[in-house]
Design a protein around this ligand. Sequence first.
Ligand code: ADP
Ligand code: MG
Length: 358
Amino acid sequence: MAKITLDNLAHAYYPNPKSEDDFALKELNHDWADGEAYALLGSSGCGKSTLLNIISGLLHPSQGRILFDDHDVTHATTADRNIAQVFQFPVVYDTMTVRDNLAFPLKNRGADPSYIKQRVQQIGQMIGMEAMLDKRARGLTADAKQKISLGRGMVREDVNALLFDEPLTVIDPHMKWELRTQLKSLHHEFGHTMIYVTHDQTEALTFADKVVVMYDGRVVQIGTPQELFERPEHTFVGYFIGSPGMNVIPAEVSGNLANVHGASLTLPRGYASLTGKVEIGVRPEFVMLTAGEGLPVTVRRVEDVGRHKIVRAALFGNDINVVAGEGQEISPDMTRISFDPAHVNVYVDDWLTQGEAA
Ligand code: ADP
Ligand code: MG
């Protein structure tokens, strides 16, 4: 297991990149702590696989260095980096049995046969394929083959890191949950450094200690699920995470007052004069629908999702969502909203601005 350092790292797929836009991965400096479970989260095309393949050595970065435990591995092969990687689609040896597929990485490294036997049995059980160990991989479903790929990724205990690139895409929903739980327990048991790529926030938030959120080739925030929820550092994190995501509302901010279409609200912090695109961000959980004071809204519909209600409304023509308690009655005279001031964040050009305590 190793700490992984990304030093001044960036990647462009084409030669002579000129502007930032030419980089699929924009400059990045970061340490992945030894033994932590990370999720790399972002929409399709934002650079997740590019970053993962650079860490594993499948891709050579156009700029910067990669270090494992402070040792430069930028020019080392995947094998030398001692990493296991599992891809989105199965990579199995069709003519071999499930058992031999699983044993392959161990045999390759000259492990002891009795250990191999026992370890393959254990992994076979983890992926729910104990009964199929002596079947050939050929003819198995895509789902089963992907489980073999996962098993092969997990079979070695002595890897520096385990990398997963959307490994559960072809797995059926029920088994997804099961396998994710297995991966988590594997992490608890062996304490590998794990990086798990996904575009699914639920997967990221349930799997990881820390979530690395990527947007447009850039890491925009690294944090615990709670940090991402409470203080999104970029508006993208606000609306990508949460269901529904954070409300982002254009505003003018001066001192500790925010002005939204002529209505003003008091902020818990003060801000020096802000220039650029200024917005306030409030999660639907911290918006209250009332019959009393507040900004005027038009309620469009109320969705009862069991644990709570989601109120879809319009604020000066823009969508705004409110999360109301399960038992809360929504009456027609509720045409105002107010915000829990402690949970109003201020953004300038999409980045969180700290402000000063009032
Ligand atoms: P993700 O895994 O988050 O979906 P990728 O890392 O695969 O994103 O892609 C990031 C960007 O780099 C995308 O714009 C994609 O089109 C581009 N890209 C990926 N692979 C290549 C390649 N081999 N050649 C050129 N461009 C690529
Ligand atoms: Mg990808």
